[in-house]
Write a protein that binds this ligand. Structure first.
Ligand code: NOJ
Ligand code: CA
Length: 558
């Protein structure tokens, strides 16, 4: 190979790091608390870089750490180009990034472009400047209806419940798709567009490798009069022309962002959080001219079921071919009931994932939840997921086999979804956001010196990092070994399904011969002589047999 070609292929490789990366999501307020104020912080992350390196992940994604009143766990951003003083400083952020990079771990930050917080200087300016002002045009202000305009412009309901409009002192109303404290931005305003380019460059210049884009499918809106009613809105197709969701014109924004990402070497990456109606529409967000990758949330609403997994895997691989991107896999994140708990509850059978929390809410976890079974199935699913082509997004605490925490009183809860009902009804999302247990003993299980901002249950002790690190049969040991081996075995972005003779057993081979077998049912699966090549399994083999509800990885033959 000539020098020029060598450099080029190295550059391509560096630019493609994300395609099959294992990305670990950190929810900063609940990861590690360095100064003992009960809130996780950036120095806390810095203090755990060794842990992240030992885990074997390729990148971390940090949920928002920006200044915020925490009306929605930090997704209400006061200032996009700063660190919340309770979480540290920009210098702390730089030190953390440097330490992660030194261990070969890339850094992805969360960008929240659909809305700011109501404390953002733009929104404060908009309130002060009054109707018709340039400051109000950065948001979506409308006159109300009815006598004196005292009724909201429409009967639309926000995602967290309650009206999607809030009235301000001078009588106008502003639109908020999420909490009242999260006014939606007007993306038809050039200043809004320009400011986010500045933010993307700000973090890229600080060495950030990529971005996770919050509600990427909702930025552009067509709010021309007459506005449809809530009932009319629900009937409109989400085919690119819907007034609020997944509009075709949103991709103009991402084409502009792509040009910014490509100013950097290697280009910055992005992954869209886009809850859209079809795989084809999702592929648009993942295109190389746009954000480059999009989350596939299909497994969040699936049961631990062979047919559902097979359909979802096949659909998403086909979709990756459509977009030219790689597939993404997610079993847990900060918005849903942890997968160990989902799989320990009665099957969802097509119901929405939020029902998982409702089950826990209904009768208390001990009566409803099969804790061991849920964790066993979660390990099998995770091992399958880590064997798939594409990138895997893991959520902090899942490596410890944590269940959703149900033992949080209403007074202790923080999630606006809990207080307002809405799409995340039931107990809301606090149960997966409880600070991590690092040590089996000591205050707040080693999270920090003085308590945790959400209560940690006594059963966390058995799942503390120090307890699990010492146990070769623990969840943590399984994740570490899987992530280590994944680096060795990872290969081209495809798979071939292999016949198993059983509807409840999935088996596939990757291009280098690496095989993954999952028995979804309780009946064991005979591996025959392949058992000799098993390099990892979520439950120990019994002779040459894979127990039910387990996954095995089989190394390529010689
Ligand atoms: C999606 C985020 O994941 C969620 O936590 C947040 O509440 C909404 N977007 C609003 O920003
Ligand atoms: Ca702290």
């Amino acid at each position: 190979m000539t020098d020029a070609l060598l450099v080029e292929s190295r550059t391509d490789e560096a630019a493609a790091w994300w395609r099959q990366a294992a990305v670990y999501q950190i929810y900063p307020r609940s990861f590690a608390d360095a100064n003992g104020d009960g809130i996780g912080d950036i120095p806390g992350i810095l203090s755990r870089v060794e842990y992240l390196a030992d885990l074997g992940i390729d990148a971390v994604w940090l949920s928002p750490f920006y200044p915020s009143a925490l009306a929605d766990g930090g997704y209400d951003v006061d200032d996009y180009r700063n660190v919340d003083p309770r979480l540290g400083t920009l210098e702390d952020f730089d030190a953390m990034t440097e330490a992660l990079h030194a261990r070969g771990i890339r850094v992805i930050v969360d960008i929240v472009p659909n809305h700011t917080s109501n404390r953002h200087e733009w929104f404060q300016e908009a309130l002060a400047a009054g109707r018709g002002s340039a400051a109000r045009d950065r948001y979506i202000f409308r006159e109300g209806t009815g006598p004196d305009g005292a009724e909201p412009p429409t009967d639309w309901v926000s995602v967290f419940g309650g009206s999607a409009w809030e009235r301000v002192e001078d009588g106008q109303w502003y639109f908020h798709n999420f909490a009242v404290e999260q006014p939606d931005l007007n993306w038809a305003n050039p200043e809004v567009r320009e400011d986010f380019l500045t933010t993307l460059r700000f973090w890229s210049d600080r060495g950030v490798d990529g971005f996770r884009i919050d509600v990427a499918h909702m930025l552009t809106k067509d709010l021309s009069e007459p506005l449809p009613s809530r009932a009319e809105l629900a009937l409109l197709p989400q085919d690119g022309s819907h007034p609020l969701i997944d509009r075709d014109d949103v991709h103009e924004i991402y084409a502009e962002w792509r040009r910014v990402f490509d100013e950097y070497e290697p280009p910055r990456t992005a992954v869209a959080e886009a809850w859209v109606s079809t795989p084809e529409r999702r592929a648009r967000y993942a295109s190389a001219e746009g954000l480059g990758q999009a989350f596939n949330f299909d497994l969040l609403v699936a049961d631990f079921d062979a047919a559902q997994f097979r359909r979802i895997i096949a659909d998403n691989l086909a979709q990756a071919t459509l977009s030219g991107s790689s597939t993404t896999w997610v079993l847990s994140n900060h918005d849903v009931t942890r997968h160990a708990t989902r799989y320990g509850l009665p099957p969802l059978d097509g119901r929405a994932v939020k029902q998982g929390t409702e089950w826990v809410a209904a009768g208390g976890p001990e009566e409803q939840l099969d804790r061991d079974g849920g964790r066993r199935r979660a390990h099998a699913a995770t091992l399958l997921l880590l064997g798939l082509p594409g990138s895997a997004y893991l959520y902090q605490g899942e490596e410890l086999g944590l269940h959703e925490v149900a033992e949080i009183t209403p007074e202790q809860r923080q999630d606006p979804a809990f207080f307002r009902g809405g799409e995340f009804d039931g107990l809301g999302r606090d149960g997966c956001r409880v600070p991590l247990p690092w040590t089996a003993d000591g205050p707040s299980f080693g999270f920090g010196a003085d308590g945790a901002h959400l209560p940690q249950p006594a059963w966390f002790a058995a799942h503390a990092v120090d307890a699990e690190a010492a146990d070769p049969a623990s969840s943590l040991s399984l994740y570490r070994e899987a992530l280590r081996l994944r680096h060795e075995l990872q290969t081209g972005e495809s798979l071939e399904w292999l016949e198993t003779g059983r509807v409840d057993v999935l088996r596939f081979a990757r291009p280098n011969g690496w095989q993954v077998v999952t028995a979804f049912g309780t009946e064991p699966f005979e591996l025959g002589s392949d058992a000799e090549r098993v390099v990892l399994s979520s439950l120990p083999l019994v002779g040459g047999t894979l127990p039910g509800e387990a996954t095995a990885w089989i190394a390529p033959g010689v």
